[in-house]
Write a protein of this length. Structure first.
Ligand code: GDP
Ligand code: MG
Length: 163
């Protein structure tokens, strides 16, 4: 059985960028559950010698503030149900926002296992946000830069014992 990892978090934190890095060209649409399906992308990830299924939650980008919370909850719950691990991503440059705290609560209730990641951590600009991420109470945050490929070894190290 392959490990399934869902990348979750609010719009614009860099989920799809990391998904694309992990998957490369190979990706497929998840095709059950009408309504939610177009909001989830599934692909086969490679990270060193690890192979796992990765899910990108993509359905919140066009949500208005009013509809965001409900959609966020449903989509995140669905991803958490499908996945062995939720990689919960925040933007280290923004620090922890109220929406991130909502995600943390949803994941605490629904996810089997959460890995916290402070993305956009390249350079000095992300240091404060990364430290702030500890306040979410989800353990030690990874310092990632999906765009620049930084922190991939740390991600490997936390996934390897779970795979
Ligand atoms: P998503 O909405 O969470 O899927 O976020 P995207 O992957 O679409 O990225 C949103 C924006 O953040 C894009 O402009 C990306 O180029 C940028 N981005 C993604 N990862 C990083 C990163 O590691 N560092 C920086 N500085 N920008 C990033
Ligand atoms: Mg996206």
């Amino acid at each position: 059985m392959t490990l399934t990892v869902a990348i979750v978090g609010r719009p614009n934190v860099g989920k799809s960028t990391l998904f694309n890095r992990l998957v490369g060209q190979k990706l497929a649409l998840v095709d059950d559950q009408p309504g939610v399906t177009r909001d989830l992308r599934e692909g086969e990830a490679r990270l060193g010698d690890l192979r796992f299924t990765v899910i990108d939650t993509a359905g919140l980008e066009d949500a208005t503030d009013d509809s965001l919370q409900g959609r966020m909850r449903r989509l995140t719950e669905r991803a958490a149900e499908m996945a062995d691990i939720c990689l919960f991503m925040i933007d280290a440059r923004d620090g922890v926002l109220a929406t991130d705290e909502l995600f943390a609560d949803i994941l605490r209730k629904n996810a089997k296992h959460v890995i916290l990641a402070a993305n956009k951590s390249e350079g000095k600009a992300g240091e404060e946000g990364w430290l702030e991420a500890y306040s979410l109470g989800l353990g030690e945050p990874l310092r990632l830069s999906g765009e620049h490929g930084e922190g991939m070894e740390d991600l490997y190290q936390v996934l390897m014992p779970l795979a």
